[in-house]
Design a protein. Structure first.
Length: 188
């Protein structure tokens, strides 16, 4: 009826930006550190911090369970020439340039990053641990994960499918599916 959204009666779907998505994952898992202010935190392994040349940073070797990893994304220390590959994949703004409008893309690489990045995998495990504390019943854990991540209970078919999947692959992998759902990643 109004495919160009000329009359603004509905909102086009928009993906959460990289920082908001990272913070949302931390919020759902209960790990987010909401401490205000303070210095930036290095969420990477720093090699060769010689001041006269660009250092070597390794995002893959950083301990994802380090307390500094739980700080909100706004407190991340950023080298302008060495972006975090995960955040870069999710269209994080280029810190070396002024960015009035962000790129918003939906790519297969983003989906793969959300499925395979060590940060997301570990946070899925934390979410599974969090919902396991609520109940030992698998269906109740699935309901708790849905409520935390999506703000609603799963439908009957979602509950059935996820229960089968969680039984076969574990609750942490089921939580990873929820964190990768369109409903979690996109603002509707």
């Amino acid at each position: 009826m109004d495919s160009g959204n000329l009359f603004l009666w509905r909102m086009n779907r928009a993906r959460l930006d990289a920082e908001s998505l990272r913070d949302a994952i931390l919020q759902v898992t209960g790990k987010i550190d909401l401490t205000m202010g303070g210095p930036s935190v290095m969420q990477f392994y720093l090699e060769d911090p010689t001041p006269d040349r660009t250092p070597t940073v390794d995002y893959g070797r950083f301990d994802v369970d380090s307390p500094v990893n739980f700080r909100r994304s706004i407190y991340r220390y950023i080298y302008r020439t060495l972006p975090d590959p995960f955040m870069d994949t999710l269209d994080c703004a280029d810190p070396s340039q002024l960015t009035a409008v962000r790129n918003i893309s939906v790519t297969a690489l983003q989906a793969l990053a959300m499925l395979n990045n060590h940060f997301v995998i570990r946070q899925s495990e934390h979410l599974a641990t969090r919902v396991a504390g609520a109940s030992s019943n698998l269906e109740k854990q699935i309901e708790a994960a849905y409520e935390l991540a999506l703000g609603r209970l799963p439908s009957r078919s979602e509950r059935k499918s996820l229960k089968i999947y969680a039984t076969e692959h574990g609750m942490a992998n089921a939580c990873r599916i929820i964190l990768n759902s369109n409903e979690f990643i996109f603002v509707n």
